[in-house]
Design a protein around this ligand. Structure first.
Ligand SMILES: C[S@@+](CC[C@H](N)C(=O)[O-])C[C@H]1O[C@@H](n2cnc3c(N)ncnc32)[C@H](O)[C@@H]1O
Length: 447
């Protein structure tokens, strides 16, 4: 029988104990499903509801109650009485201690179904019913970005990943989700910390490895000390770091300390020189799947609008179909896109515009110039912009979203505006977590 997950200490954000009203003895709970946040949902024999992290459908458990979520109890597994048939041994030794993953203990088939069910459930809440495409599962060993946590207390430094809902840091040497070049940096970064982290406190080390060279932001307490510079130069040389930046106390714009070479990524034929901390799709595999999906919606549209374009993950691919206007609020990202378009000889096919689409969405006549639109907003979605897209008569709209809930809201606006939702494809770039992305196609018949 698999071992019960290791119990974590209660952290700052976990459910608060409710005092004497909470039963003290562990309760027997049967898990009947997994909720949208990845916690098992169960019932005891009185019918009371439970949320139990790290449980699986069909588990019979002894659950120690730690708090309440609305009318239901939240609990921790104290014993697995009968394991679910969907339970497997989690592949990572840090599982349940590190906060990164919460669905490693479920067999791959059930896991994949759950990702699709999560999207379907959220869409159903918005009264949207559609047969979803088969999900794209990017899998482990693909993530090209990581945010490590570091803490110095006295002389002791701990480097790893934050535990879930807690100040604790789980020390790790290897993460199954990361690409090999990123994993190879972990022990080197740990060894670097005592040489450069002189003040007590906490920090984050954000590493992007989008192409040939890594880009690292050291968000650490206090200013960089002069002595740290030579250590950083040696570190950058030895480990092929393209750029190293220091962000004092994790606030403000990171200051570039060392730039050995350009930090680049390839979008189609264009090599894009990236600014510090750019948005990129978390994996190349996910990026390719999303781009292929977007292209599958297009025929030979002449004018295409790429909203929330970032550094151009979609722009360069769309420019093979038509002339693209890329709009984005982060000026350095758009500058990188524009320069790369020029170098790739695409200056005539790609135009750019820095614009805040919440405050100043494209509307009416501006939209009517385009034959197709792709929009890929942040987690909050594109509420304002979607209202105007809904009113437009653009024949095809492609939506990419990292948040099915805000996608559902924006999709309703488009459907109420006369669009038909043709396809929705779940994309799992956040393997073993409860996150899932979606890509969708909407069409409107010409008037
Ligand atoms: C999910 S990312 C997508 C970026 C790009 N499409 C990609 O796949 O790499 C969302 C982008 O929206 C931009 N953004 C956020 N809020 C915005 C706003 N109000 N107006 C315009 N762009 C915004 C962010 O800077 C970011 O580049």
């Amino acid at each position: 029988m698999p071992k019960p997950p290791i119990q974590r200490r209660r952290g700052r954000h976990s459910a608060k104990p409710q005092g004497p009203s909470l039963p003290k003895d562990p309760m027997e709970v049967t898990i009947f499903g997994i909720g949208t946040k990845g916690d098992g949902m169960g019932k005891d024999d009185t019918g009371h509801g439970y949320y139990v992290p790290y449980s699986a459908e069909g588990d019979v458990l002894k659950v120690r109650i730690t708090g309440k979520r609305e009318n239901d109890y939240v609990g921790e597994i104290s014993e697995i009485i009968t394991p679910s048939e969907h339970r497997i041994e989690a592949p990572c030794p840090h599982y349940t201690k590190c906060g990164g993953c919460n669905l490693q203990h479920i067999d791959p088939e059930t896991y994949a179904q759950w990702k699709s069910h999560k999207v379907a459930d959220i869409l159903k809440r918005s009264q949207i019913s559609i047969n979803l495409d088969k999900p794209v599962l990017v899998g482990p060993n693909c993530r090209r970005r990581a945010s490590f946590a570091v803490m110095k207390k006295g002389k002791k430094i701990i480097f790893g990943f934050n535990a879930k809902g807690s100040h604790r840091i789980e020390e790790i040497d290897h993460c199954l989700l990361l690409t090999d070049p990123l994993n190879a940096l972990i022990s080197a970064l740990r060894d670097l910390m005592p040489l450069i982290m002189k003040r007590e406190g906490r920090g984050d080390i954000i590493v992007n490895y989008p192409g040939e060279a890594a880009d690292i932001v050291l968000a650490l307490p206090g200013p960089m000390e002069l002595k740290a510079h030579q250590h950083l130069v040696t570190f950058a040389e030895k480990h092929n770091i393209g750029r190293l930046s220091w962000q004092q106390d994790g606030k403000g714009t990171p200051e570039t300390i060392i730039q050995r070479c350009a930090v680049t990524t390839q979008f189609g034929d264009a090599l894009v020189e990236l600014p510090t901390s750019p948005f990129l799709q978390p994996s190349k595999e996910g990026e390719v799947a999303l781009v292929d999906f977007a292209l599958s919606a297009l025929r030979n549209e002449k004018k295409i609008l790429d909203l929330y374009a970032g550094c151009g993950s979609f722009t360069f691919a769309l420019a093979k179909v038509g002339i693209v206007h890329a709009v984005e609020s982060h000026a350095p990202a758009l500058k990188a896109l524009e320069l790369s378009a020029g170098r790739a000889g695409l200056g005539g096919r790609i135009t750019t515009e820095v614009r805040d689409l919440d405050r100043q969405p494209l509307m009416g006549k501006e939209l009517s110039k385009f034959d197709a639109i792709l929009f890929d907003p942040p987690r909050a979605g594109a509420r304002e912009q979607a209202r105007f897209l809904a009113e437009s008569n653009i024949p095809v709209i492609i939506a990419i979203s990292c948040n099915p809930a805000t996608f559902g809201r924006d999709a309703v606006a488009l459907i109420e505006g006369g669009y038909t939702l043709e396809r929705v494809m779940p994309v799992d770039q956040f393997t073993w977590s409860d996150h899932v992305e979606v890509a969708a196609i909407f069409r409107k018949a010409p008037k």
